[in-house]
Design a protein around this ligand. Sequence first.
Ligand code: NAI
Length: 700
Amino acid sequence: MHKPNGWSIKLRKFDSQRAEYLNMTDQSPVLVTFDGDVARVEINNPPVNATSTAVRQGLADAVAAVQGARVAVLTCAGRTFVAGGDMSEFDAPPAEPHLPDVVQLIEDSQVPFLAAMHGNVLGGGLEIAMGCAWRIAAKGTGFGLPEVNVGLIPGAGGTQRLPRLIGMKAAIDVACSGKILKAEEMHSLGAVDAVVDNLEVAIADFVQNLPERPVAVRQRQVPAFDAELIEAARATLVKRAKGQTSPLENLEALQWATEAFEIGQPKERARHLKLRHSPESRALRHAFFAERMVAKPDAIRGATPREINHIAVVGGGLMGAGIATSALNAGLSVTLIERDAEAAAMAETRVHGLLEGAVKRGKMAPETFKARKAAFRAVWDYAEAANIPLAIEAVFENVDVKRDVFRQLAAVMAPDAILATNTSYLDPMEIFEGVAHQNRCLGLHFFSPAHIMKLLEIVKTPHTDASVLATGFALGKRMRKVSVLSGICDGFIGNRMLAAYRRAADYLLADGALPYQVDAAMREMGLPMGPYEMQDLTGLQIAWANRQRQAETRDPAERYVTIGDQLCQMDRLGQRSGKGWYAYEEGNRTPQRDPLVEAMIEEYSAKQGISRRAFTNEEIAGRLLAVLANEGARIVEEGIAERDADVDIVKIHGYGFPRWRGGPMQYATEIGWGKTKEFMQLVDAESPNSWTIASNPDAV
Ligand code: NAI
């Protein structure tokens, strides 16, 4: 019999002989108890019962401790079953006992194990559950192998047992996408013996009428599947993954399940350990931790948010309607204030339309739609804001119009009511000029379409109270946004970086590249679109207006490429005007190279006396990514962002930067900041007086 280490499990209500043998301790996260001939093994490792070294050791010892019982019931304390591995252990060499061995100990145990699950059964949790003889789950329990989301494949038999248990098709669906299956679906796939209302009652029933012990999952055959299934899945994954490799790694590992388990399992383990050190896994883990970090900026530490259940949104155009919809979807009441009755009616139609869209797509129940509509009013009298604790302004991008809005709001709202602006580029300090109690003012910068885009920049002015910022973060969380704190600068974090990126791209056009090449180079890096396709999609006019605004203060020595302005003057404002950097066929959004635009670019270079030269895709992407990282480093240096993680999260959630590259700062860290600096020096030499290179010696 396996002799336990002793320290790793706790025993309660057990005969003294065994307790002595096992050297009872209070340190272990695994507790073994007995009720007659039924053993209970409970994992208690908050917050999510991750399979840390201590848990693995505890489970291994528990298998020994339960010998002699009729059945062992494996459960978890707290809000969930085992919901994954301990990611903080991933950078260190793996410590014994390894999870695959622990799962096999459970699977081979003379005493059969029943997994009784609730919450989420993810990654190592599902691997452990598949080693048990039986599985029962509380209603609503979620099952998945989310390793793909952190650039990995499972490492303890997940890809080897799952196809044996639920078939190859469903296993591909789960392992290659990170998708979570509900207990009910797992039940219909035959992977869960029962889905129950009350787990404790169900356990008692189950152990009383124990079914015959089934064949261990690893000894089963993968049910027959269509040979074309794999190729079809591969084609879909290649298309969807945009350069990310872990979905394909998972697909490959799943195919090893058609070999003997003794062959497939070691292959899976070896690949899992190798991938832990891949740049992709590092980047995805960085993104995972960064998301948690940005939610708790230093600036709100210790501050208490105010509870907000009703907001006013001023301006019901594109952004105001989206913000209102997002707030309604979070269960808030919304009063939308427009200029007049006609504009209010239009805003109402817009908001109802967005809600209806969700109903049509089957994303909202008709009763919910009714409730959302009832929580919404569109009005044109500012007095309606009198008792509302927070207002978000989304009127025209004009300082005088915005000032007037806040003057009217301040006149009717409580002196401590929170006032927020959704401005993209204007200085909130100018907007709030003259407003009493400026400690209640901040920026809440949503991204378009606001009811869909995840990112929210929370902009602090020098006067904003920590509690007001904390309220912004709490509201963002409730609206299911990823909120990032930003200080004030032109464009805040995201649009400032975008402006630098576009400027660098324009320099490349002037020096010899063409829009389609720049776009292709960035798509090759995993971005969904390059800078020119993106401009055509979102429209050229906002950035144009912004460049015009900046003209007065722009350093005359800075290189300024006018091609984009020329396009705007020609009314080529992007897809909505039928043409922009590209041409578009009627009713088709696919960009077509436009000889007219390309000739214009060549003519521009000639007029500037530039002899155009070829750039490789690597040269293009290298420059543009270096510019992004450099601007990010400056933003951190200036204290606009608290840390690199904030910059990365803004780019991932607001601008489609591939998560599997972890954001521009993580990318620069991965390739080495020295390389970024080299590219930056090149960019600087090609366009003198146009760049400020970040000075942080640890960074660029
Ligand atoms: P929009 O032109 O679609 O809507 C503005 C709305 O404000 C109109 O419905 C107008 O009737 C209303 N309005 C104007 N003056 C008003 C007043 N005094 N009282 C009440 N309502 C008034 O503009 P959009 O695109 O929605 O932008 C609004 C704000 O959001 C701007 O500050 C813009 O910079 C910012 N923003 C825009 C983004 C975009 O992608 N369009 C993204 C992020 C922020």
